[in-house]
Every structure is written in C-alpha cells, then in structure tokens.
Design a protein around this ligand. Structure first.
Ligand SMILES: Cc1cc2nc3c(=O)[nH]c(=O)nc-3n(C[C@H](O)[C@H](O)[C@H](O)COP(=O)(O)OP(=O)(O)OC[C@H]3O[C@@H](n4cnc5c(N)ncnc54)[C@H](O)[C@@H]3O)c2cc1C
Length: 395
C-alpha cells in the first residue's frame, strides 16, 4: 500500500482521501487553513445537482447523476443534514422556451427524470413564481457540504489517516522512487501526490514541477439572503434558464439546509483567488492571470456580459430586479448581503472556459485542475476515479 499525500481539505480532496484510505493506503491530507471547507466547498449554494445541464457522456453529466444518489446516501449514513426538494427552472419570456425544451431533452439524454410544466403546474410547487413555462426536476436537493467534509475527515482519521491543518504544500521533487514534498513546516516523503487545491490548483501543480495545461480564473459569486418575513416566497429551488455561453447557472433562489433562502450567485471576475470582497485585490494573482494569453481572449469575448455583472455587483436594486423576474414582488429591501464564494474555473490557452472536470497526470502525481460546480455533488465519484487511477499507476 502506498503513502499518498492529498493537497486540500475541500470536498474533492477529502472524498479522494476517504476513498484512498478505504482502499488501505496510508493517507495524509495537507490543508493550509485551520479547518475543512474554508474556500469553495464551504461557500457554495449547498445544492445536490441532478446532472441535467451537462453534455451527455461528460464526466460532469455522469458523475453529477451518480453523485446526486451517492451524496444523499452518504449524508443519510453519516448524519449530515440534507433534503431532496426538487427544483424548478423557469422560462420568464417566450424567447426562453426553446432553450428550456433543450434542457428538458438533455435531462432525458442524461437519464435524469424531468417534466415540462405549465405556469399553473409550476405554481403547485412554487406558488409565487411567474413564468411562461417551467421544467421540474425531482432529484435535486440541498445539503450541508461542510458537514459532509467533517464526516469525511472523521472517517479518514478513524482509519489512521492524518489531516494536517495550517500547513501548506510548497513544492515536490520526484526522485524516481518517491516524492519529496516540502511543506510550510517540514519535508514529507510519499509515493504519490494528489493536488485538490481548488483555486490554487494550477499554482500547486507548477510548484510540484508540472506545467499546467490550463489556468484557474477566479469568479466571485455574491449572495443575498431573503429577509425572514419574505422567506415564505420560496419553498425549494428556483432557477432561471441559464445563458448557454457561460458555465454558470444564473442568479437563483435556494432554500438553505440550515434555514433561510439565498439569492445568487452572480459571477464577477475576482482580482484575488481568495478575494471574497470586490476590493480584495492581489497584485500577484492579477499579474499571473494576465500572463496567460487565454485570459485576454476570454476578456475580449465577454466584455459586455462581464460589465453587466460588475454593475449589478454594486447595485442591490439591479440584483433584486433580476431576482424579481423569478418571483415578482421581491425588492432591494427584501435582500440582505450574505457571504460570497469564489469559483475556480479553468481556462485554456485560447481563452476557452474548460467545460468538463479536468485531471492532469504526471509520474506519481494527479492534479485536479478543473472541479467547478457540480463537483461538490460529484465529489465521491471524483474521489473514486482518482483512487482507481492511483491504483493503476501503482500496479
Ligand atoms: C459560489 C459557488 C456556488 C457553488 N454552488 C455549488 C452547488 O450548489 N453544488 C455543487 O455541487 N457545487 C457548487 N459549487 C462548486 C463546488 O463548491 C466546488 O466544485 C467544490 O467545492 C470544489 O471543491 P475542492 O475541494 O476542489 O475545492 P475547495 O473547496 O476550494 O478546496 C481546496 C482546498 O485546498 C486548500 N489549499 C489550496 N492551496 C493549498 C496548499 N498549497 N497547501 C495546502 N492546502 C491548500 C484550500 O485552502 C482549500 O481548503 C459552487 C461553487 C461556488 C464558489
């Protein structure tokens, strides 16, 4: 059995470490923060996605569909709160019907049960929505992903694995027979390294001597919460028809498993990888991003949409206006700011947004370089895939 070092105690790193420790490997997780789920995993919408949107045959489609089941089962078995609420995707204008029909067909191709509803039928699920047509998906749910991470961490340490907090991976050298990993506090000799560093994953790959084929671009997602007296307006999950040019699902209304209703997230380019406020700017991160030709190509393609997102980021009234397209009557005074998240989205050299999950392999190393939504839903499947790849490299 091998000594495996996993970088990052987000849900992907912990799910991978959990599977590797089940397979009998000697596992160590290195996390730079003082606890689990401090970045993307602990700052997301908390949705168990069903797998309807993604390209048939892609890892996202297959792993989200399987993940929707396995994540709910994991929560059930490990005492983590979750609920299968179902979700509505609503067309608010006639022009969106074609795309709504395409989403419904894609759901069928992906084997996810869904149905088209009239406005009256949609209001049986969500009495306050306004729409011309809707798609209902039964298998979508909500969950406490931080709770999932805590349960995974317990399972790993119960099996004798180590989780080292407040320690960051700085570099790795392959001697041919093993890897020598320098961290902020010591040198660790291991057989294999798995990089699940999310927003830092391309930088960690570079630090381990691997030239990443893609770069991470951080997109902040800002949220508001509905004030308590207005929470009755949302029973479960209400999503718009997404803009097909982007990998994001659009500002939606989400009942949270801990209570309350979130509105968001938008998608604003972040000037720092862990920049949770507009004015969080890292010169180092911005210069690194600017050095990648793909960023300029991406910017040139999406300037109008990006500018709209920035303007909306500063205006609660504009944000509320978009939310009111889903549930009329919601105004700026019904929204209070909530914690933001930052998505790690990989782009290629030509400025294309990498659509599917992306793993880059090197001798004794696997680097997870694109694990955006629905990777929280799919984390147990991603972990299983990585564990089987480690196994085949070792034999
Ligand atoms: C706003 C938002 C909403 C989303 N909504 C959903 C949703 O509803 N459903 C869904 O399925 N997905 C959703 N996602 C996506 C999902 O949250 C991510 O795909 C998932 O959390 C990725 O997990 P991760 O472990 O790869 O990354 P992270 O959770 O970011 O974990 C990476 C970890 O690596 C650590 N790290 C980084 N560098 C180092 C280093 N050098 N040494 C040691 N540790 C290091 C970090 O501190 C961090 O803890 C959303 C994401 C965002 C941001």
């Amino acid at each position: 059995m091998a000594r495996v070092l996993v970088v990052g105690a987000g849900i992907v790193g912990l799910a991978t470490a959990d599977r590797l420790s089940q397979d009998g490997h000697d596992v160590t997780v290195i996390e730079k923060e003082p606890g689990v789920a401090r970045h993307q995993t602990g700052r997301n919408s908390g949705v168990i996605h069903s797998g309807i949107y993604y390209k048939p045959g892609s890892m996202k489609a297959e792993m989200a569909k399987a993940g929707a089941k396995s994540m709910a089962q994991f929560a059930q078995e490990n005492g983590v709160s979750y609920e299968i609420t179902g979700k509505l995707i609503i067309a608010t204008e006639d022009s969106q019907r074609v795309q709504l029909a395409a989403i419904n067909s894609r759901a069928a191709e992906n084997g996810v049960p869904s149905e088209i509803l009239t406005p009256e039928q949609a209001r049986e699920h969500e009495p306050y929505v306004s729409c011309v047509e809707a798609v209902h998906v039964k298998t979508t749910g909500i969950i406490n992903y931080t709770g999932v991470c805590e349960a995974l961490a317990r399972r790993i340490t119960d099996r004798g694995g180590e989780i080292a907090y407040n320690e960051s991976v700085v570099s790795a050298q392959n001697s041919g027979t093993n890897l020598s990993v320098e961290t902020s506090s010591r040198t660790r000799e291991v057989d294999f390294l798995i990089n699940c560093a999310g927003l830092q994953s391309d930088l960690v790959a570079k630090a381990c001597g691997v030239e990443p084929e893609v770069r991470i671009v951080p997109f902040r997602g800002e949220y508001f919460e509905l004030t308590e007296p207005r929470e009755y307006l949302v029973k479960g999950l209400i999503y718009p028809v997404p803009d097909p040019r982007f990998p994001f699902l659009g500002v939606h209304l989400t009942k949270m498993i801990s209570g309350g209703v979130h509105a968001g997230p938008n998608a604003v380019f972040a000037f720092a990888r862990e920049g949770y406020k507009f004015w969080d700017i890292s010169v180092k991160d911005s210069l690194k991003a600017a050095a990648w030709p793909g960023l300029w190509a991406l910017g040139a393609k999406h300037i109008p949409a990006a500018s709209k997102e920035v303007v909306r980021s500063f205006s609660r009234t504009l944000f509320a206006k978009d939310v009111a397209k889903l549930v009329p009557g919601i105004t700026a005074k019904d929204l209070v700011p909530s914690a933001a998240g930052v998505r790690a989205q990989a782009i290629n050299r030509k400025g294309g947004l990498v659509d599917d999950f992306f793993l880059q392999h090197a001798p004794r190393q696997i680097h997870v370089l694109n694990a955006p939504s629905p990777a929280a839903t799919a984390a147990l499947e991603i972990g299983a895939k990585i564990a089987s790849e480690v196994q085949s490299q070792l034999t």
